[in-house]
Design a protein around this ligand. Structure first.
Ligand SMILES: Nc1ncnc2c1ncn2[C@@H]1O[C@H](COP(=O)(O)OP(=O)(O)O)[C@@H](O)[C@H]1O
Ligand SMILES: [Mg+2]
Length: 334
């Protein structure tokens, strides 16, 4: 099966704001990332703030060019194609939904203009067909047609995010990447926006990459969960098994810290701060906070090991036992 998007060994290094003008530190935002997303699949990305989730999202939609590595969109190498072709490929093939709809939308344009813009830029259909598509998009995301002529500032946060979602869908993209799409919204409208995304995914057969630090939501929405730590993808787990079958100690700790309401857990405590992305530890980046770490972990980052289930792989020298429940782990560790 061809992936809609595939990232191979991608590295992103930023110049830090620290370190002085002449000798800026390097921030290792993404290191050796491998990921493929298939049509119709929802992949969730979890990890603490600063671990590289947004960087990975930006690489997937072609906003961020990796310093090295390959990004294939529908089997074509994004960064070797001519710029005009890349713009057309991404402009029509990919939709991105950002955290804060009030900054993501042009405040001077009406909803109608915002939704027409991608159609105009990529020359889709006749004038009347574009107007029809705008109406269709508004109804798709549950916005009353009467709002077509208002400015984003006159909308509620939830309505603005609906506009942003409609704009991302305007050209029927194969891939939608949503980076913390509900974090800036009132708690009361978050569920509505999540349900809208789920519904659209079903109806449109989208490949969806969903980034959030609300990991229980990620688990419920996704087919697969990607765990990131300090710029690395450390595990990929089928979502329905992530709570008790994840093998990486960090994934277990993350999911133990935010219990579902029906299934409260004792959290596995993580000691110490997240290390700086400017000077990541040698070997496995999680070793400074891991209760299982030893000298081997300081020497080398392990390659991915495949677990007994398809779609499950992890990078750890001392994985948690497959059948060990997180509840038991929390009782005895560290
Ligand atoms: N433009 C930038 N310049 C310098 N550092 C950056 C930039 N963007 C992100 N970073 C750093 O890269 C790392 C990963 O950031 P990000 O991908 O935004 O993480 P997340 O989305 O998981 O919070 C962090 O250490 C962050 O401070
Ligand atoms: Mg982010």
């Amino acid at each position: 099966m061809t992936a809609v998007v595939e990232v191979r060994d991608a590295h992103v290094v930023h110049r830090a704001r620290s370190g002085g003008l002449l000798r800026r530190d390097r921030v290792y935002a993404l290191t050796g990332a491998d990921l493929a997303v298939a049509a119709g699949e929802t992949v969730g990305v979890v990890g603490e703030s600063g671990c590289g989730k947004s960087t990975l999202a930006r690489v997937l939609v072609g906003i961020q060019r990796p310093a090295s590595g390959t990004v294939l969109f529908q089997a074509r190498d994004l960064w070797t194609m001519p710029p005009a072709e890349r713009r057309a490929t991404l402009g029509t093939g990919v939709g991105m939904i950002f955290q804060d709809p009030s900054t993501a939308l042009n405040r001077r344009l009406t909803v109608r203009r915002i939704l027409r813009d991608p159609l105009d830029v990529h020359d889709r259909g006749s004038g009347p067909e574009r107007e029809e598509r705008v109406r269709e998009l508004m109804s798709l995301v549950g916005l009353p047609g009467a709002l077509a002529d208002v400015l984003p500032g006159q909308l509620s946060g939830g309505q603005r995010q609906r506009v942003a979602i409609a704009r991302a869908l305007a050209l029927d993209p194969a891939l939608v990447v949503a980076d913390e799409p509900t974090s800036a919204l009132d708690v009361s409208v978050r569920a509505q926006i999540l349900n809208l995304l789920l519904d659209l995914r079903e109806r449109l057969g989208l490949a969806l990459v969903f980034v959030s630090h609300d990991i229980q939501t990620v688990r419920r929405m996704s087919d697969r969960v990607i765990t990131m730590y300090l710029g690395r993808i450390v595990e990929e787990t089928p979502a329905d098994r992530v709570t008790d079958a994840a093998r990486h100690p960090y994934t277990r700790a993350l999911f133990s810290a935010t219990p579902g309401l029906l299934d409260p857990l004792d959290p596995i405590p993580l000691t110490g701060p997240v290390p700086s992305a400017t000077r990541p530890p040698s070997g496995c980046p999680f070793r400074t906070r891991c209760w299982k770490a030893d000298h081997l972990c300081a020497e080398a980052m392990p390659e991915f090991s495949a677990a007994s289930r398809p779609g499950h792989r992890y990078r750890c020298h001392h994985p948690v036992e497959e059948d060990q429940s997180t509840r038991d782990l929390a009782r005895q560790e560290p």
